[in-house]
Design a protein around this ligand. Structure first.
Ligand SMILES: [Zn+2]
Length: 181
């Protein structure tokens, strides 16, 4: 399990990236669709990807407290994306996998779970990284046949349910085992 070093200065960030000051982090890969309302914006692809392609390596993140926009990268470690990936919405049938299984953090990556076309909305499965959903989560409106209903984080699902999804990260499995022990 890769952990952030204890010496890293804690940076508390809301992850907020308002449209007025937004600078695209991946101008060749992602386009942010800004939408009025809290956390309603979304991300679309500017490239075609084949299933299994690396969409982006995960770099530039900032150690953080747990926030609405943070991503959990370990048992107790959270970071802010600090990139346009923060705008990728949750789906229960996502086209992206967030892959943190590597001991070496430089290997962390976002992969295409199926073929992706230019203009496709980019989504990932939030319980694959988040144990406890911020603010109790939200009713999912992905509308897919695999919808889990109310998103509560990995702790709101059984290991058997989680096993039917790809790229459930090791810390989610470990936290389940700790809770079940
Ligand atoms: Zn859903």
């Amino acid at each position: 399990m890769s952990v952030l070093t204890a010496t890293a200065a804690p940076v508390i960030s809301t992850g907020s990236m308002p449209q007025e000051t937004h600078k695209p982090s991946h101008p060749d890969t992602f386009k942010v669709v800004f939408t009025p309302g809290e956390f309603m914006s979304s991300l679309i692809s500017l490239k075609d990807f084949k299933k299994g392609d690396v969409v982006t390596m995960i770099t530039g993140y900032i150690p953080s407290e747990r926030t609405r926009t943070s991503i959990q990268v370990g048992l107790r470690q959270h970071v802010e994306w600090n990139t346009d990936m923060v705008f990728a919405q949750h789906s229960c049938n996502p086209n992206l996998g967030v892959d943190l299984q590597y001991e070496n953090k430089d290997e962390w990556r976002v992969v295409a779970l199926r073929d992706i076309k230019v203009g496709d909305y980019l989504t990932w499965f939030y319980p694959s990284t988040e144990w406890d959903a911020w603010g109790g989560g939200f009713p999912c409106s992905c509308g897919t046949s695999r919808c889990i209903g109310h998103y509560k984080g990995g702790k709101g699902m059984t290991l058997e349910q989680l096993a039917t999804y790809e790229y459930i990260n090791p810390h989610i499995i470990d936290l389940h085992k700790l809770e079940d022990a």
